[in-house]
Design a protein around this ligand. Sequence first.
Ligand code: BGC
Length: 252
Amino acid sequence: MPAKTRVALGIDIGGSGIKGAPVDLTTGTLLAPRLKLPTPAESTPEAVAALVDQIADSFADDLPKNAPIGVTIPGVVQHGIVRTAANIDKSWIDCPGEDVFSQALGRRCLLVNDADAAGVAEARYGAAKDQSGLVILTTLGTGIGVALLYAGRLIPNAELGHLEIDGRDAETRAASSIKEREQLSWAKWAGRLQRYYSTLENLLWPDLFVVGGGVSRKSEKFLPLLTLRTPIVAAALQNEAGIIGAAALAAD
Ligand code: BGC
């Protein structure tokens, strides 16, 4: 059997930026500073694919020619097809995203949900390493992404950020973009997170919550305000988890 590739490129497509970097898969660390380009206002598959290609090109000298490439998208991905688009251009729905990126890149890549990629990265290299039970990773950002991992194995496309709570889509109440938009205090926002995480723990009885997304850098401002039976910790890889997980999954 050929030795497993230990270097891959990860590209993470978010609501505000598209970020990429080469990843050392032995350590789960970036081999070069990441490149971040703003997500185009009209985030159509063609516009996004052109930027993904630009990011890949910029790292051509840092990677072997045939290094695997993993790309994330903030939507459900089934067999390379994007099925939902809550916070990106609606033309992504039913788009064969994996083929679109592979064509733009000139070689096959892997397409995966952004939260799933972050969950895999935290399970392999970060805050959920060596967990034998159920881990729920949530990314708090433009929306709420959720990854379910049982004994390190991903159950993909959980979409529990859209859990209906009090008649509302949870991410429209508790995402960190909503904290910013409504200028909520940490305490007020934590009240919404409390409702969200206690609903999740009463339905799924996880062993651990891991909280990712950019706001996890400030976890000391809100995690101590939550009262849950489940331990809850900040992501170790923070905003790089999507890049690292996409690279790791592409190399599998
Ligand atoms: C999408 C998910 C995504 C999450 C975080 C949600 O609106 O439905 O697929 O993982 O946002 O980006």
